[in-house]
Design a binder for this molecule. Structure first.
Ligand code: CP
Ligand code: NVA
Length: 310
């Protein structure tokens, strides 16, 4: 037992290998017992606040539905409807919400906001995406990989795109801890920061896996079991969109790139996708794509997270 009760879930950086394994194991069980869980309502009477500074389809809906299906009550809190939007501090918001709620999900621009909320709240805080990490997504991705490939350790995952964004970071920390070999292909200025890689390489070594970074998407995709991509322009970076489209134009996941990978490669994307940019219609709608299984697994994983933490 990884003793997750009462803890925060801020990132793959903060979770141990055992905790990651525990969440995935429990999400498989929860998925098996199904939507209404045969009366399994561990969160009866509990409430979850959901503070969102940015838009969301999957994170918002999966957490709301997860909370409801487990017997609890979710409150969606748009930042601008809270006094937070008029300048009340995050610290005070955290202290007040801790008197009402049993847990908080926050989607923030700055990871520091997630950390401040966690520091001042007495209840578990879950990162529903920040500029630094997107742990709930990677946990759902690991569940998906396990279902499709029956393993995590020893597989090769190629991440093609912005190697410095939240998805890349969470995959780097997560793969290193679970023994997944990771190859990241990004333009030079969008590769992972050395200090971040250093931490991940330390974990990868103890798990006998490798992390490589290259500018060449084909080199990354070579013999890959999984090809993963994400948008070139993340939320909050809209001003850079035109420039990024140019810089990343050679980093598209298309049929030609898939040919470098293993024939049974699975193609993953956290969604939302910018079709025709980082991924073609042909590939995202093709036989190797598992993107909607990933999206579904968000629900099962959010249930596991909530049941374990709250
Ligand atoms: N993948 C993901 O987190 O999607 P949303 O932005 O729709 O929540
Ligand atoms: N990197 C993307 C992920 C969206 C789920 C973003 O931050 O916008």
């Amino acid at each position: 037992d990884a003793h997750l009760k009462g803890k925060d879930l801020l990132g793959m950086y903060d979770l141990s290998k055992n905790e990651i394994a525990e969440i995935i194991k429990f999400s498989r069980l929860i998925k098996r017992i199904g939507t209404y869980g045969g009366g399994y309502k561990p969160l009866k009477g509990k409430t979850l606040g959901m503070i969102f500074q940015k838009p969301s389809t999957r994170t918002r809906v999966s957490f709301e539905v997860a909370m409801w299906q487990l017997g609890g009550y979710p409150l969606f809190l748009n930042k601008n409807d809270l006094q937070l939007g008029r300048g009340e501090t995050l610290e005070d918001t955290a202290r007040v919400l801790s008197r009402y709620l049993d847990g908080i999900v926050i989607r923030a621009y700055s990871h520091e906001d997630v950390q401040i909320l966690a520091k001042y709240a007495d209840i578990p805080v879950i990162n529903g995406l920040s500029d630094f990490e997107h742990p709930c997504q990677v946990l759902a991705d690991f569940l998906t990989i396990l279902e499709k490939k029956n393993a995590l350790a020893g597989l090769k995952l190629a991440f093609i795109g912005d190697g410095a964004n939240n998805m890349a970071n969470s995959l780097i920390f997560g793969c290193a801890k679970m023994g997944v070999n990771l190859a990241i292909a990004s333009p030079k200025e969008y590769q992972p920061k050395p200090e971040l890689l250093e931490n991940a390489i330390f974990h990868a070594k103890t798990n006998n896996s490798q992390i490589i970074v290259t500018e060449d998407p084909k080199e990354a995709a070579l013999e890959a079991d999984i090809i993963y991509t994400d948008v070139w322009t993340s939320m909050g970076q809209e001003k850079e969109e035109i420039e990024r489209k140019k810089i990343f134009s050679g980093y598209q996941v298309n049929k030609e790139l898939l040919e470098a990978a293993k024939p049974d490669v699975i193609v993953m994307h956290c969604l939302p996708a910018h079709r025709g940019e980082e991924i073609t219609d042909e590939v995202i709608d093709g036989p190797n794509s598992v993107v909607f299984d990933q999206a579904e697994n968000r629900l099962h994983v959010e249930k596991a997270i909530l049941a374990l933490l709250l």
